[in-house]
Design a protein around this ligand. Structure first.
Ligand code: NAD
Ligand code: MG
Length: 373
C-alpha cells in the first residue's frame, strides 16, 4: 500500500434545481460538458423535431457537437444561424426564424432551442412564444450573464428602434441547460459582466453568498468549473425564488435591478454598447452602496466590500462624469419610477434591500464622490 496513488480528482458533478412555477415548473441543470451528453439531451428535450437558433460566433464553437448529440438522441435538427450582436435582437431576426421554421414545415411540436447568450435566448424565447401560438422552448445559455440571469425568469423579447426590450412576452422554457465548459471561450469582459449580476444577488438578497463570492472571486475569474457551477446555482436559486414570488414584476422583482438605475444612466449617457451592461451595473452597484451608506443603511466597511469585490471581478468602479443635471435626467426615465420620483434599490443591510426615493442631497453627494473624475 506504500505506493498507492491518490485517485484523479472527481469530475464536477451536475447540479439540478427546479424552478417552481406550478404547471410551468422546469429544471435547470448546471455542470461541465452537458452539451454533448446525449442521454441528458434525450431526457430534457422532448419531441423529435428541433430547431436550434444560434449566432455566427457561437455556431463554430459549439453547434456541430451539439447537433451531433441531438441527432444521436434521435432528433431531426434544423439549424438557424443569425448574425451576432445586440442590434440584431430585432424584428428582422424574428422573421428570419419564422421564415426558416415555416419553410421547413415545422409544426406545433417543434422544440425551439436557444444556443447562445442573452440576445439569442430572448429572441428565440419570443419566437417560441408566438410560433403557432406557442411551441416548446429550451434554453442553452452560453454566457455567464445568460446562465445566471437572462435564461431564468421567463422574460423574452426584442428591441424596438425606440426602446430596448419593448416588444416581448413572458414565456417559460421547458428546461435550462447551463454547460460551464462553454464559459471557457468567453471573452474576459463578458465573464466580468456576468459576475456583476452574480454579485448583485449577494449584495441585496444573500449576505452569506456575498461572502462566498468574496472568498472565491479568484477561482471564478480563473473559470474554475466547480466554483462557476456553484455561483450559477446560487444565482439561479435566488432569482427563481424572487420570480416565483413575483412572476409578472408586480413589486419584489424590482430588487433584481440593484445597481441598474445608475447603470442604465451610464449605458444610455455614454451611448449603448460603449460599456457592457454588466460593467455599468458593476459601477452602478458601487454607487448604490455609497448611497446606502450615506443614508445609514450599511456600514463604511460593507460599502468598501462592495467596491473591492466589483474591482476584483474586473469591473469599473468609477463612473463617467456626465454632469449632475444629465445624470438626474437619465435616471428619471427609469421604468421603476412613479410620479417623477426616482426609485432606488438600496442595500439594507448587506444581503438585504429597500426600494425607496432618496433625498436629492445624498444623491448629489454620491455623484460628486463617484462620477466627477
Ligand atoms: P450576448 O448574447 O450578446 O453575448 C455576448 C457575446 O458573447 C456575443 O458576441 C456572443 O456571440 C458571445 N458568446 C456567447 N457565448 C459565447 C461563448 N460561449 N464563447 C464565446 N463567445 C460567446 O450578451 P449577453 O450578455 O449574454 O446577454 C445580453 C442580452 O440579454 C441583452 O439583450 C439583454 O437585454 C438580455 N437580458 C435579458 C434578461 C431576461 O430576463 N430575459 C435579463 C438580462 C439580460
Ligand atoms: Mg441586468
Amino acid at each position: 500500500f506504500m505506493n498507492q496513488q491518490s485517485p484523479p480528482p472527481a469530475p464536477a458533478p451536475t447540479i439540478t434545481l427546479q424552478v417552481e412555477l406550478g404547471e410551468r415548473s422546469y429544471p435547470i441543470e448546471i455542470g461541465p460538458s452537458l452539451l454533448n451528453d446525449r442521454e441528458r439531451i434525450a431526457r430534457l428535450i422532448i419531441g423529435k423535431q428541433v430547431a436550434v437558433v444560434t449566432n455566427t460566433t457561437v455556431a463554430p464553437l459549439y453547434l456541430q457537437g451539439f447537433s451531433q448529440a441531438l441527432k444521436d438522441a434521435g432528433k431531426s435538427v434544423l439549424e438557424i444561424i443569425l448574425p451576432d450582436g445586440e442590434e440584431e435582437k430585432n424584428w428582422a431576426s424574428l422573421m428570419q426564424i419564422f421564415d426558416r421554421l415555416l419553410s421547413a414545415k415545422c409544426g406545433r411540436k417543434t422544440t425551439l432551442i436557444a444556443l447562445g447568450g442573452g440576445v439569442i435566448g430572448d429572441l428565440t424565447g419570443f419566437a417560441a412564444s408566438a410560433y403557432m401560438r406557442g411551441v416548446p422552448f429550451v434554453q442553452i445559455p452560453t454566457t455567464l450573464l445568460a446562465q445566471v440571469d437572462s435564461s431564468v425568469g421567463g422574460k423574452t423579447g426584442i428591441n424596438h428602434p425606440l426602446g430596448k426590450n419593448m416588444i416581448g412576452a413572458f414565456y417559460q422554457p421547458q428546461a435550462v441547460i447551463a454547460d460551464t465548459m462553454t464559459l471557457h471561450s468567453l471573452p474576459e469582459r463578458e465573464l466580468s459582466a456576468g459576475l456583476a449580476e452574480v454579485i448583485k444577488y449577494g449584495a441585496v438578497i444573500d449576505a452569506e453568498f456575498f461572502k462566498w463570492i468574496e472568498s472565491n472571486i479568484g477561482k471564478l475569474m480563473a473559470r474554475d468549473n466547480v466554483a462557476l457551477a456553484y455561483a450559477i446555482r446560487r444565482s439561479c436559486e435566488l432569482k427563481a425564488d424572487v420570480v416565483r414570488q413575483d412572476e409578472r414584476e408586480g413589486g419584489l422583482r424590482a430588487i433584481l435591478n440593484f445597481g441598474h438605475t445608475f447603470g442604465h444612466a451610464i449605458e444610455s449617457g455614454l451611448g449603448y454598447g460603449k460599456w457592457l451592461h454588466g460593467e455599468a451595473v458593476g459601477c452602478g452597484m458601487v454607487m448604490a452602496a455609497d448611497l446606502s451608506h450615506r443614508l445609514g443603511h450599511i456600514s463604511a466597511v460593507d460599502k468598501e466590500r462592495v467596491s473591492a469585490l466589483v474591482r476584483a471581478a474586473g469591473l469599473p468602479t468609477e463612473a463617467p462624469n456626465l454632469g449632475a443635471q444629465r445624470w438626474l435626467e437619465l435616471m428619471q426615465v427609469d421604468k421603476k419610477n412613479e410620479d417623477g420620483q426616482i426609485k432606488f434599490i438600496l442595500m439594507n443591510p448587506l444581503g438585504g434591500h429597500l426600494v425607496t426615493g432618496v433625498p436629492q442631497e445624498a444623491l448629489l453627494a454620491t455623484l460628486q464622490q463617484l462620477a466627477s473624475g
